[in-house]
Design a protein around this ligand. Structure first.
Ligand code: EPU
Length: 420
């Protein structure tokens, strides 16, 4: 298995370009299942999760063509034959559950393996299922699979007990082809949800209110093909912003969407970093002294849980104490034990981590447990004294495109070590 080897201590300097957003691309590629004809998606990041999604769509009978160099994907979903997403494909990527809504809407039947928990939490899908059954689907759980059937999905007034990103996306997709109007209340407001609504509307759907907590979807008969550009990845952007601040560097991050980064920009400024924004760029200049700042993860527009681990590295070398509260996932502190092995002073109690800044971290072999934890360990390696080796890099490859190459171009001493 590949490892990432980093010699810490170099300030990052230069320009880095942001890739398309993984969490926008996944539902958008899957939304092709709702219509016939060929859809073209641009700015699709070349990531393991994208390949897993295309494997799944191919399995369902869609014809997917990836031009990785051009970051372009074409999907023609005329010949859908297979309403089943098998365990082997779903276990690789939880977001596969997003095929459930489109398959029931289009084929009137779907059989999708239950995704199960993962390293960061139990991650049930009860709210996806409750919503679909309120739209008239008959749902059964059998042999580890969700089986859903509905001759006609019908519009419904659905309230989410808690904010769920893929839950909102799944029901929004199902509702585009339902009879009548669906209202999703306490819906997720993430930019990725809005991007999906924009794609669907460009296909002929009638969705209002995406980006707010009440989304109204008027069902339509059918959708037509679309050409759509995937929005920039706000979490990749935030990761490079933290890296710039952490290494006391000076980095211009281009091809991003500063409007999606309010919480991250706000918190980073409080640490002392200087941040200038332009229409599609952000420049971050690291502070001499990093000040400690508390954060609490929340649904958008709150501070993203997907940036919590990276921000914790910054707080590990800040002056003073900081408190990080994780309110989205119940087990998203697995990176803490690895950071401690690098010299960080962190105490966890329930969903809170108290971080006492130390002057420096020291390089060590460390093990990644999930995507964002991997990014956090790479960041820690960038400032640690000596050599850090991050193992299980396949987690990183799920969600960061060419991360080590982007850091190399900014002056970091980082390389991928391929086994064998
Ligand atoms: N939840 C339920 N029942 C449900 C659905 C969710 O209890 O039916 C709970 C979850 O267990 C969690 C909370 O609600 O405690 C929020 O989960 P959500 O459904 O919003 O998460 P998700 O849709 O599975 C997406 C991203 C995650 C990101 C979260 C939160 C995609 C493909 N994934 O997951 O991204 O952390 O929203 O913002 O969009 C990542 O990219 O590293 C990643 C994990």
């Amino acid at each position: 298995m590949d490892r990432i080897r980093i010699e810490g201590g170099r300030p990052l300097k230069g320009v880095v370009e942001i890739s398309g957003a993984k969490n926008a691309a996944l539902p958008i590629l899957i939304s092709s299942l709702l219509g016939t004809g060929c859809n073209v998606y641009r700015n699709v990041p070349d990531l393991r999760d994208i390949h897993s999604t295309l494997d799944l769509l191919n399995h369902l009978g869609a014809d997917c063509r990836l031009n990785a160099a051009a970051h372009e994907v074409t999907i023609c979903a005329d010949g859908l034959i297979h309403p089943e997403a098998p365990y082997d494909l779903v276990r690789k990527m939880r977001a596969s559950i997003l095929v459930l809504g489109p398959l029931v809407a289009r084929l009137k039947t779907a059989r999708v393996s239950l995704p199960g928990g993962c390293a960061i939490g139990a991650r049930p899908i009860n709210l996806h299922l409750k919503g679909l059954s309120e739209m008239g689907a008959r749902i059964e759980l059998q042999h580890g699979y969700v089986e859903a059937k509905a001759d006609h999905l019908k519009g419904a007034d659905i309230y989410f007990d808690l904010v769920t990103v893929t839950g909102t996306e799944n029901l929004m997709m199902a509702a585009t082809l339902a009879d009548g109007t669906t209202v999703l209340r306490n819906a997720a407001r993430e930019p990725e949800v809005s991007a999906l609504a924009d794609t669907l509307n460009a296909m002929g759907a009638r969705i209002e209110g995406a980006g707010t907590s009440v989304i109204t979807i008027h069902g339509v008969e059918s959708l037509h093909p679309v050409k759509f550009r995937i929005i920039p990845d706000r979490i990749e952007t935030g990761t490079f912003m933290v890296a710039a601040a952490l290494t006391r560097g000076d980095v211009e991050i281009v091809g991003c969407e500063p409007g999606h980064l309010d919480a991250i920009i706000h918190k980073l400024r409080l640490t002392g970093a200087r941040i200038d924004t332009g229409p599609d760029r952000v420049r971050v200049i690291g502070p001499e002294t990093i000040h400690s700042v508390d954060i609490k993860t929340l649904p958008y527009p709150g501070f993203p849980t997907d940036m919590q681990a990276q921000f914790m590295v910054l707080m590990s070398v800040a002056q003073g104490l900081s408190l990080i509260s994780e309110t989205i996932f119940e087990n998203r502190f697995i990176h803490v034990s690895e950071l401690r092995r690098m010299g960080a002073d962190i105490t966890v109690s329930g969903n809170a981590a108290l971080i006492k800044g130390v002057p420096k971290l020291s390089g060590a072999p460390v093990m990644a447990s999930d995507l964002r934890a991997s990014a956090c360990l790479v960041l820690a390696g960038l400032i640690a004294e000596g050599v850090t080796e991050v193992q299980r890099v396949y987690h990183l490859d799920r969600g960061y495109e060419a991360m080590e190459k982007k850091f190399q171009a900014l002056g970091a001493a980082i390389e991928r070590v391929r086994d064998g």
